[in-house]
Design a protein around this ligand. Structure first.
Ligand SMILES: [Zn+2]
Length: 309
């Protein structure tokens, strides 16, 4: 079976202003590369439509209303110092959520074996009641809830290898024993959360803080703890919060990963979890701000998804 690539043109209408690192060119760079590669093992697919009901499992009704009333008619609106929306963000934010729904349905219906969502804005900093860190809706959290509610899974693992801690995802699942949230991230660093002693009510949160300057070898050694924790949990479905800002060329952080490391960590995860989830994996883009590194790293990550049998 093939690998799904879920995306939509609406990312182009989410304008964050000149000089913002979370820019339109990020997704354009990723998609140009995949178009050029023209890999026949990739199936391109559009996001699904998303109702408020689906969002309400993850975010409060008041928050959703607040966001829906915040999209400006023109120019830009600042949800916080660096989380900015424009008129076109309305469609882009909903398509970012809709991409993970489309990906999950595609895996469940066997349209493809696994999938990667190339969308923006990212989601893992968005909390139940709060936009922050370029994130508005928590895309991966909506996906995890969808798996629990629609497909009745009982054990979902979210692996977040973005260089920043996913405070939003941790917040949303802190008291949910059905979801294991694992994060590797630079620490101490933005957003400030992600210490080892933040474990969740059911020991379902697993944080691996890493110092600035962490090398590939050091990172991949630490990743062994991720694999051990996942094996113990035995997830039925895996979601990746796939940020590529731990790359050595990324301007926003100081970890030292190479593009190939994203291939290795993906491949290892799939090999170690096949017996539990039968390869059911959906990945969604979070951060990654160097365009060349983002192109290479997403290609590596998706190659590992494609090669997996
Ligand atoms: Zn990040």
């Amino acid at each position: 079976m093939k690998t799904g690539l879920i995306t939509s043109d609406t990312y182009q209408n989410h304008n964050t202003g000149n000089g913002h690192p979370e820019q339109i060119a990020r997704i354009s760079a990723i998609l140009e590369n995949f178009k050029k590669l023209n890999n026949k093992d990739i199936i391109w697919k559009k996001p699904s439509k998303v109702s408020n009901k689906l969002l309400e499992v993850t975010h409060s009704i008041d928050y959703i209303k607040f966001i829906q009333n915040s999209f400006p008619k023109k120019e830009l609106y600042f949800l916080d110092g660096d989380t900015i929306i424009s008129p076109g963000s309305k469609e882009a934010t909903i398509d970012a959520v809709g991409s993970i729904i489309s990906a999950i349905d595609g895996v469940q219906n066997k349209e493809f074996k696994n999938a990667f969502c190339a969308v923006r804005p990212p989601g893992h900093h968005a909390e139940k009641n709060k936009a922050m860190g370029f994130c508005i809706y928590n895309n991966v959290a909506v996906g995890a809830h969808y798996l629990l509610e629609k497909y009745k899974y009982k054990k979902i693992a979210i692996i977040d290898f973005d260089v920043h801690h996913g405070n939003g995802t941790q917040d949303i699942f802190y008291n949910n024993e059905k979801v294991l949230y694992i994060s590797t991230h630079q620490y101490p660093y933005y957003p400030g959360t992600g210490a080892e002693n933040e474990k969740g009510k059911y020991n379902n949160i697993f944080n691996i803080p890493l110092p600035a300057g962490t090398t590939s070898d050091e990172y991949l050694n630490a990743y062994e703890f991720v694999l051990k924790k996942i094996k113990k949990f035995k997830p039925e479905f895996i979601l990746f919060s796939a940020g590529f800002d731990a790359h050595k060329d990324d301007p926003l952080a100081q970890l030292q990963l190479t593009s190939k490391d994203f291939y290795d960590l993906t491949k290892r995860t799939l090999a170690h979890t096949k017996q539990y989830c039968d390869g059911k994996v959906v990945s969604i883009l979070e951060g990654g701000y160097d365009l060349k590194a983002l192109q290479e790293s997403t290609e590596m990550h998706v190659n590992a998804l494609i090669e997996f049998n």
